[in-house]
Design a protein. Structure first.
Length: 320
């Protein structure tokens, strides 16, 4: 089995500094692709204490004010502090383009896709809970139901033998709210609606804002960087990760497209009952159409790569 009996996984809200950077990179990608679907985009974002740096390579016919897109995205997430934006974006290297233009992969690397029949989402239950907790934080803030909630936040869930033993929630808050109110609200309005009694250990522990204060958040408190929440974005560290980020990259970049395809195929294999758990792995060489490795394994460690025959993993067919 890939999902162990004991594990911890985490999630973060949209206002977490790293996720802010992911969203800015993706917003720039979307702005380019909207005008020019053939855009080649690889954008990295760094945010730190009032400074935002946009770097990378973009080849596009689109006319986009990258700084304006970044500032609007930051505002839409829920922040109102001013950012100084430095933009240093060039075109894609012609050495890379000559391989991608003919339908080859935009980079080398290894990508993984995973699925389990444990939940309707085909994800480990702890990861589903962790993501639902941060989604709940965001919903309560955006709806105004909990007026003192701010954009930054994190969750963490520990599972032992199928039961939740520890729930960690950290939420940015207005300065005037007291810790007792924060704890009561988070348990009543965030944890209780998300984690059913049947999946709770009798000795479940709630750890809420464990430093006792979380007023400063986002780039005011911390530094963010695109691609630094790879485990949060994938499978919580339960299965391997090739190390390539997905945000800010167009679909010629197999870090994004092949990871999405591998997940899609793993889900399909589990959904039709060919495995209880499935891990699909695929590897590419830059500029080559066909993968250099394609492999799938089930929960018993058995090779089920034959199940992949009906799906195409050619780089030039991963773009759509």
């Amino acid at each position: 089995m890939f999902v162990p009996k004991t594990y911890s996984v985490e999630s973060v809200t949209a206002g977490h500094p790293d996720k802010v950077c992911d969203q800015i990179s993706d917003a720039i990608l979307s702005a380019c692709a909207e005008q020019d679907p053939s855009s080649r985009v690889a954008v990295e974002t760094l945010g730190s204490h009032g400074l935002l740096v946009l770097a990378g390579e973009i080849t596009t016919r689109a006319k986009v004010d990258y700084a304006a897109v970044a500032k609007q995205t930051y505002k839409d997430i829920g922040y109102d502090d001013e950012l100084k934006v430095i933009t240093h974006i060039t075109q894609q290297s012609p050495d890379i383009a000559q391989g991608v233009d003919t339908g080859g992969a935009g980079d080398q690397g290894i990508m993984y896709g995973f699925a389990t029949n444990e939940t309707p989402e085909f994800l480990p239950r702890g990861l589903v809970f962790a993501r639902a907790l941060t989604d709940r934080l965001t919903d309560l803030r955006q709806s105004g139901e909990v007026a003192w909630l701010k954009p930054d936040g994190k969750s963490q869930v520990t599972i032992v033998d199928g039961l939740v033993t520890v729930v960690v929630v950290s939420c940015q808050h207005a300065e005037e709210v007291l810790q007792d109110e924060i704890r009561r609200t988070i348990i009543e309005y965030v944890i209780d609606p998300v984690i059913p009694a049947e999946f709770r250990s009798p000795k479940i522990e709630f750890l809420i804002n464990t430093t006792g204060r979380f007023v400063l958040g986002g780039f005011t408190a911390d530094t963010g960087l695109t691609g630094r929440k790879l485990m949060v974005d994938s499978y919580g560290g339960i299965v391997p990760h090739g190390g390539g980020a997905t945000s800010g990259k167009d679909m010629t970049k197999v870090d994004r497209s092949a990871a999405m395809k591998a997940r899609e195929v793993a889900k399909a294999i589990v959904k039709r009952g060919d495995a209880k758990e499935c891990l699909v792995s695929v590897a590419y060489a830059i500029g080559k159409v066909e993968p250099v490795m394609l492999f799938a394994v089930n929960e018993n460690g058995e090779d089920i790569s034959a199940k992949l025959a009906e799906w195409s993993f050619e780089a030039n067919k991963l773009k759509g």
